[in-house]
Write a protein that binds this ligand. Sequence first.
Ligand SMILES: [Zn+2]
Length: 390
Amino acid sequence: MLSSIQAFDLLVPSRLLFGWGRRCELPSMAPLLGSRCFAIVGSQTLLREGLFAEIRSLINTASNVAEPPQIISREPLVEDVDQAVLRARECGADFILGIGGGAAIDLAKAVAAIAPQDEAYSVIDYLEGVRRELPLVQPSLQTLVMPTTAGTGSEATRNAVISSVAPRYKKSLRAASMMPDIALVDPELTVTTPPEITLHSGMDALTQCIESYLSCRASSFTRPLALEGFHHAWTALPIVMREPSSRPAREAMSFAALLSGISLTNSGLGMAHGVAAALGVHAQIPHGLACAAMLPVALQTNLECSRPRLQQLDVARRGPFVSEPGSAEALIEAVISLCQRTGIPQRLRELGVSVDQLNAIVTSSSRNSMRANPRPIEDPELLEILSRAW
Ligand SMILES: [Zn+2]
């Protein structure tokens, strides 16, 4: 019997290029976006190994890279955005190149969004739930993003996560206009990612695929993408940890991360990401690690309401040649075992969270992610869940 397809919206980059070594196509891509490029580079490693020099020379054949590039080696703070916006305006940039992990790409998207707005305002004035929450009236500058890690999927999302130290928060700048114009995903750029970042970002991609698959806002379009991404991430993550230079494993992880970004931006996430945002704010736990540590707890919390979908994930995990039906409990056990094998802490106290921080963690959990969880979780229940997980 046919079931009805619910209405959905889909937002993706205007152009997606995926493939090993495809950074060499930059000379033909850059002129499509503008003539003055301001680059945001996310990794010292990239500079050390001469990769950025290579990329810059590829861009320079067609247009100018503003000098010197902005380098970011932490999750972007409000002042990082304001400072980079100033520089982008000063050099008259008409397009922004973001190259690096999620932090660099988020910063690039934020700069592209804020630079054309009224000069009287800071990025703070546009962040969700902070101050004025002004709308982004002017369209973003053109953006081309190239991820060097396989994790956040930021190359295909419409938000940027921006933090503040005093007061402490981690908030999103979000608008449909922030979707990158071109996402160029060259998995070869991820080969030199250090093991710990490979693991944390890989677990982030895996969590994003699972949460966007289970999300109450997922659509008939996003669910198959999330399931496909989950299959790739699950299969490739152990291989990429053992053999960091494996081309098929790096390709699979980059593909999973891209699919996770497309799904999550169109479907939302869930409890693991909701709490992970607060763990970043209050205990400075890296995003991917926080997501991975929360994933088993989130799956157990959603077990009864998501049983058929968890069974589907279990089938996807075991691949096409297993005939038994999937089991939700087996999937959760497998996730716990993956966390144990890769050294992801199972308890909040092992992550350095103190018990008296739990109330604040509940309060600062991301409402946006919590609203997409398969079932509603009110604050008192979340506190109970986190107390058990402590
Ligand atoms: Zn994430």
